[in-house]
Design a protein. Structure first.
Length: 103
């Protein structure tokens, strides 16, 4: 099950997506979950202040996914790694290739 939702409080937006499985996950689903969890960890492993930080973490996540056999490039991972949130639901910074602004 995929749940995507949010709300507005004093003009500020929230945005949250969660995936759940009823019962025991099939082996393939559990493997993909671990790949995605490892890829998401790229956000904490990349140093802040680097030129192109946002693109760098996205590239790192894509490498994890591609190395696990789900690639190349945007074949399966078609979305950005993350984005900012505030007064708009989706706003800068965007964690995706092509983003040139530093952290």
């Amino acid at each position: 099950m995929l749940i995507d939702g949010g709300c507005t409080v004093d003009g500020y937006q929230s945005d949250v997506t969660r995936t759940g499985i009823f019962g025991k996950a099939p082996e393939k689903v559990a493997r993909v979950y671990e790949i995605v969890r490892k890829a998401a960890g790229c956000r904490s492993r990349c140093g802040r202040g680097l030129d192109g930080y946002r693109a760098t973490v996205d590239d790192g996540a894509r490498k994890v996914i591609t190395d696990a056999g789900y690639g190349p490039d945007y074949k399966y991972f078609t979305h950005r790694l993350g984005h900012g949130i505030g007064l708009d639901g989706h706003e800068h910074p965007y964690l995706v290739r092509g983003s040139k602004d530093g952290a």
